[in-house]
Design a protein. Sequence first.
Length: 748
Amino acid sequence: MNPTRKNVAPDLLLRAAAEAQLAKAPQTDGRAATELLHDLQVHQIELEMQNEELRRTQHALEESRDRYVDLYEFAPLGYLTLSLDGLIQELNLRALTLLGMQRKKLQRRFFTQLVVPKDQSRWAEFLLRLKKIDGTGSLELSLQRGDGTVFQALLEGEKRPVGNGAAQIRLALSDISERKVAEEAQRIASTAFESQQGMFITDANKVILRVNKAFTEITGYTAEEALGQTPSLLKSGRQDSAFYTTMWVRISVTGNWQGEIWNRHKNGTVYPEHLSISAVKNDAGLLTHYVGTFSDLSSYKAAEEQINDLAYTDLLTGLANRRKLIIRLQQAITAGEDQQHSCALMMLDLDNFKNLNDSLGHEQGDAVLQGFAKRLSAAARDGDTVARLGADEFAVLLDPLSPDPQQALRQVESLASKMLAALEPPYQLAGSTISCSASIGITFFGEQHEEPLEPLKRAELAMYQAKSAGRNTLRFFEPQMQAAVDARVLLEEALHEAIQKQQFTLYYQAQVSDSEGIVGVEALVRWFDPKRGMISPAEFIPLAEETGLILPIGAWVLEAACQQLALWASQPAMAQLSIAVNVSARQFRESNFVEQVLATLQRTLANPQRLKLELTESVLVANAEEVIVKMNALKAVGIGFAIDDFGTGYSSLSYLKRLPLERLKIDQGFVRNILTDADDAAISRAVIAMATSMGLGVIAEGVETEAQREFLASLGCHTYQGYLFNRPLPPEKFEALAQRLGRGAAAP
Ligand code: C2E
Ligand code: MG
Ligand code: MG
């Protein structure tokens, strides 16, 4: 259609009419013709103006149509027009590109031919729905391109009327393959993130951004609790800071770390986990996140332990087996070497077990072994390893022991004796009572390197010695230890006898004041053994304390000292002297100690004012309130208290202030070198200053020379005890000395 031609036609007709009029009557009506021509010219100008306007409109229309075509053809979406039965009628360039086919190939084809077979029924349904509901709708499906490749497409369809009751389907088509791939990846990532493993994602500063459900299950912390925290929230404290430093250094260098680590659950329990941490970097290589993945190894560890337990357990008794003992020995040897301390190994063998087993049958034999194992475990300390090595052979690894060799020996001996005692009573088995003692061999190890089998061999040898020594006894492999133990055993036996036979006496040593001469004495116990002669209290008092024999000995000493006080009361030269009695911690702790002292005073009629008790600082460390109550009760009747060996313990000043004390006794250990050792002098000076500030008296013991006495006096201590004045003497000799000097007289 050409609009120009259609508008020119009336114009030409008008001009022809005017010219015809002019030709008809040129002379009759000249004026009218001229007017007509004028009108015609005006009309022609108007017509030209209209034409111009029309051309401009035409041009605008063409431009707009071109723009529309451009928009349509080059739109970012593909557009297709389909007939209601799905025949492609028209499509834009983008649709052609997406489908990878030429226009002529596509036009007049059914759209369903582009749909992959599995999606064709969905397409058919979609088309049907669009037709029926006269609405819009969308569908995701796979389409096949001209080259056979498939892409994920999104169709947005609409039914549009086109007049005369007819209608078309318009489709917008877009390729969503990439989005689908991304969605898929996201879905996979989400599924993976919600796996059985605990996961957390942090930012570059290790602040937790996201955790999964397994994280909460394993750690006990909900997402709300964990977000914003750092993974150190889970620290158990079992790894030191060096461990974490190494871990993060490794992550920063290699990008990841994995290993086993102990973490703490929110409820406080510590559990093992396998942890893997990876650093995430962006395209520019900058660290943006860390991803941590971990799994709880508790159940795995428990299973592992169970397996280990079975491999390292003696099935009959439930004790450790030989293999486990050897591992423990190895560990103890290594630790002993590092820390310079010794451990002990005991080997125990049931006496005459073979006969018993043969005569009673294996079932009874097993019952005896189980009973033995139970008693042995009960007698051992927590932490000691009790093992059954096979048949009727058992072992106990004692670790740790005191770092002091003598104390360690005593510890081991007393444990072994306790075990022998526990194993001695007969076993009550079905229908019979069976006695079965054991022999124990003991050796020390750990101070130097050796193979674990070495101590085992030594303990075994010692065990055979115990057997040949008559069974139901113990033997040390090390001869000097055995000798020490033998001597101790003999001493203990002799001490028992000494108590029965009253082999003790008291010796007295003067306590001398600068101004008053002899003011009192210290009673020091002496033991005369008919076979050994005089035995020093330094030797037998510790043993007596350990065995409890100090109680009868202490009671005897107190009684004897009070009798002496009562006797001296009638002798003018001696009547003013007080007697200081040493009281051991164990004695003082006896619940009836106060009653015992009061009863002794009553029995002997001694003057309580003249009785002084010397306590060591070890008495004070136990139950403070009880100590104070006891001391006050005795002080109430006039008894005075001194702290013996002062300066060797750790009594606090505030505590000492609460005690009803009369004086402090500077330990002879400080006096000995007071002239040559600046530390000893300083300590003595401090003790004297302390006593003075607390309003207490002070006495120095072990004063042997005049120079020591003078020095002490210069520090402010004016009462002394020591060989300078007299060695401890039996009462008659001491009386002679005192009578010669008299109270108020300085000793020679
Ligand atoms: P201790 O109570 O500190 O007694 C002082 C010790 O020093 C006494 O030793 C005494 O003989 C000694 N000694 C005194 N002057 C000198 C001196 O100038 N130089 C030297 N080197 N030593 C001196 P002893 O009699 O051997 O007593 C030792 C420890 O045994 C006593 O130390 C005391 O702790 C304890 N002890 C003695 N008798 C008894 C007692 O009857 N009961 C209790 N529980 N322990 C006692
Ligand atoms: Mg003393
Ligand atoms: Mg002392």
